[in-house]
Design a binder for this molecule. Structure first.
Ligand code: ARG
Length: 481
């Protein structure tokens, strides 16, 4: 009875937790769902301490949104995911230092231009052989995935292109001598060389042709484009745009950038400083994994029973599910739910729903196999004994077989939970700031990859160790019961 109560309470808690997220998203009105890719200082990056998104673009969109009467909610995702997310109606607007190009104009609407930029080459100071784009022929060039810099790099004859998820990773590849040069937006490279405190790199040549940044919206959202353009013009007229511009690109901005660069982002004290931000990310990691393993457990049990039920269509269906899910990567499944499903249902998919459902369905397939193994490991004679006592197949399963199987599956279930803790980092692609993404965002601001990844690994280790211990305790308890 006690166990049943516990199970019911846990289920209610888990369901409440899941629904609270969905309801929160549903109750807000006239919300402008904005996404960015915050490894692009000074346009968008994560603020030290608070973890809030800051930078020129972030202040601009908050001001524009306010002027147009919207409540701006900002999330983050990969640069290459922004346009697909718009097309899938998962977000309303993307602002990420995005260059207005003819190619992109086929896919999305752009606001009026709000900043003029251009690409530039960055290489190491000790490299004298690169003076212009021509010198990059046959060289290794780093760039961020899906950017105009990457496109430019691909047009260079015989160059080998290495693409990275974040812009800071591309810069670091040059520092680490993995690439001869990188091609990136000039203001961002400039900021990196000053604020990042980098002493090993330099820019070469002039800025290439001018590029205009625009905010991207869904191709059919003409009303939003009108609202945004009107608000942008208004804040340009009332001086607010200039104020924001000066803050990020004026004299004062240079001074703060230099002061920032003095602050050493190294050593143990830096690792301790970033711990609160990482722990917040760990909270999301635990939430996503716990919910996914919980729902995965329910799905897995149902699928295992279906597979062993003796009903042919049911067991074929269950086998197909397990094969399909195990045969495709979790990342693809997350993309399918978040980007492809909206095309089928004609409605946006909440990122929380997408993350939990993809991870639960994935976990369910593995758990189903764990359950099947557990159930099949129970002596066949027990089913026969149950049946000869007059119990039905289902009653024998429920009262005799499953309770025993439960005990046997605790160690592999522990493994599953630990695997999910680590795999859940994949939900960062649709905007979750879980532990790994937190690490990536801190590096985008501080460029201290060694310290950050060490701290991230340490936090994962604590979590997985705690789960191992918990599973060990449960196992012992079950044995003595
Ligand atoms: N301006 C370039 C482009 O549109 C790079 C933008 C990268 N933005 C970012 N937030 N990482 O392709």
């Amino acid at each position: 009875m006690k166990k049943l109560c516990f199970l019911i309470m846990t289920s209610i808690m888990m369901l409440c937790l899941s629904f609270s997220h969905l309801c929160m998203a549903a109750t807000q009105e006239k919300v402008l769902r904005v996404a960015t890719e915050p490894s692009f200082a000074p346009f968008e990056f994560q603020e030290e301490g608070s973890g809030e998104f800051t930078g020129f673009d972030m202040e601009l969109i908050r001001a524009v949104g306010k002027q147009a009467g919207y409540k701006v909610v900002i999330s983050n995702m990969g640069f290459d995911a922004l346009i697909p997310a718009l097309k899938a109606k998962n977000i309303d607007l993307a602002i990420a230092g995005m260059t207005i190009t003819e190619e992109r104009k086929q896919q999305v609407l752009f606001s009026d231009p709000y900043y003029t930029s251009g690409l530039i080459i960055m290489t190491r100071k000790d490299n004298d052989s690169i003076k212009s784009i021509k010198d990059l022929e046959g060289k290794v060039v780093a760039a961020q995935i899906g950017t105009s810099g990457e496109k430019k790099a691909r047009s260079i004859k015989n160059a080998k292109i290495v693409s990275f998820n974040t812009n800071s990773e591309a810069s670091m590849e040059v520092v680490n001598k993995g690439a001869d040069a990188s091609i990136n937006d000039a203001p961002v490279v400039g900021y990196y060389l000053v604020q990042g405190g980098d002493k090993t790199c330099k820019t070469v040549g002039e800025k290439m042709e001018a590029e205009e940044y625009g905010m991207a919206m869904r191709i059919d959202n003409i009303q939003l484009q009108k609202d945004i353009n009107k608000a942008l013009a208004e804040i340009k007229a009332n001086g607010e745009y200039d104020k924001i511009y000066k803050k990020w690109f004026g004299e004062e901005a240079n001074a703060t950038a230099k002061a920032q660069a003095q602050k050493q982002a190294t050593g143990l004290s830096f690792m301790i400083d970033i711990l609160p931000l990482l722990l917040q990310g760990a909270g999301i990691t635990i939430e996503v994994s716990a919910l996914s393993v919980f729902f995965g457990l329910l799905i897995g049990l149902a699928v295992a029973i279906a597979r062993l039920s003796g009903c042919k269509p049911l067991s074929i269906l269950a086998a197909c599910y397990v094969d399909f899910i195990r045969g495709t990567p979790l990342l693809v499944q997350i993309f399918l739910v978040y980007f492809a499903l909206p095309n089928i249902i004609g409605h946006r998919v909440d990122p929380f729903f997408a993350a939990i459902s993809a991870c639960s369905v994935n976990s369910g397939a593995y758990v189903a196999e764990i359950f099947r193994g557990g159930i099949q490991s129970i002596d066949r004679g027990q089913m026969e004994a149950g049946r000869s006592l007059g119990l039905t197949w289902w009653q024998t399963m429920k009262f005799i077989i499953i309770p025993q199987a439960f005990k046997r599956i605790i160690p592999p279930m522990g493994n599953e939970f630990i695997a999910m803790l680590k795999d859940s980092s994949l939900v960062s692609v649709i905007g979750f700031e879980e532990l790994t993404r937190r690490g990536q965002l801190i590096i985008a601001r501080t460029y201290a990859s060694f310290e950050v990844w060490l701290a991230v690994a340490f936090v994962y280790l604590i979590m997985t160790f705690a789960v191992s211990r918990l599973v060990g305790i449960m196992e012992k308890r079950m044995k003595t019961e």
